[in-house]
Write a new protein. Structure first.
Length: 189
């Protein structure tokens, strides 16, 4: 009887711990839910702005303003994606000690992972206690597969319109270097 009483006492203590964990998890998920509502609103704003900038009836200044507005929305999305609660980042997956999203020159990089934080929801039952940045933002994409060389060497057949990531270059001068010698080439003609 004493052995059974000790076992029951142990189970009750573990269940009390589970209750506290569930309260903390509920707070975490409520904060995540609120952030997802903000994300949804920001994405709707971005979509509306992008749709308003489509077509020929918009001036270049209006198009520039739309781009600035969308860049601002991207900054806001990064900030929401990097929200913390009780010292832990909400959307980093199992990586909760550093910001999961980082804005770079080429876009936004996800530094989190797709692993969930698991907590006990009963004595022997583990359940995911968070939502990852991958599932909310689609932060982890498939690798780009294709036949095009994305980092080509310049040759005599290289078109000026292919330089600078396909954006091309304008008329003017170009510095060409082999790592040791540099020459200035005029593109005026």
């Amino acid at each position: 009887a004493a052995s059974r009483a000790m076992t029951l006492q142990s189970i009750l203590e573990r269940k009390a711990t589970v209750v506290e964990t569930l309260k903390s998890t509920q707070t975490h998920l409520a904060a995540s839910d609120s952030a997802i509502g903000t994300i949804s609103s920001l994405l709707n704003d971005a979509r509306s702005t992008a749709l308003s900038a489509v077509g020929t009836a918009i001036s270049p200044d209006e198009r520039t303003a739309a781009v600035a507005q969308i860049n601002s929305i991207i900054d806001q999305l990064v900030n929401v994606g990097n929200q913390k609660l009780n010292g832990r980042y909400l959307f980093g997956g199992s990586v909760t000690d550093r910001p999961p999203f980082e804005k770079t020159d080429g876009g936004v990089v996800y530094r989190g992972d797709s692993a969930s934080q698991l907590v006990y929801t009963d004595v022997n039952e583990l359940t995911a206690a968070n939502i990852t940045g991958d599932s909310v933002f689609g932060a982890i994409s498939q690798g780009v597969v294709g036949a095009s060389d994305l980092n080509p060497n310049v040759s005599l057949d290289t078109l000026l319109s292919d330089l600078y990531g396909g954006a091309g270059i304008g008329v003017g001068s170009l510095a060409v270097s082999d790592g040791t010698n540099t020459r200035i080439v005029s593109l005026a003609g």
